[in-house]
Ligand binder design. Sequence first.
Ligand SMILES: [Zn+2]
Length: 113
Amino acid sequence: MHEMALMGGVFDIIKQYTADLPDKKVTRVTLVVGEMTNAVPEALEAAFEVYAKGTAVEGAELVIRRIPLTACCTACGWQGKVEEHMFICPRCSGLGLEIRSGRELYVESLEVD
Ligand SMILES: [Zn+2]
């Protein structure tokens, strides 16, 4: 499962954050997930629970902030949301779209108690 691998990377980061806080419990993790990662929120949540089990993160709430896939056209300057991963400019039909957002996958914040 793709999301298990993604969540493994997320937990490496969480462990670095919590290494200095051995007595603390993580209550909430906010994750920023771009559309380009193709991660399914339900699968991320399932993977989150697997990784959290037996750690300081167990029982924490997972908040997923989805970032849409947007691009701009290098030919005509069009900017907007890319639907269905169709990398063709809707204005000039050019193929020179540059991704602006949607590749993100990072921990935005951790709340500890
Ligand atoms: Zn264009």
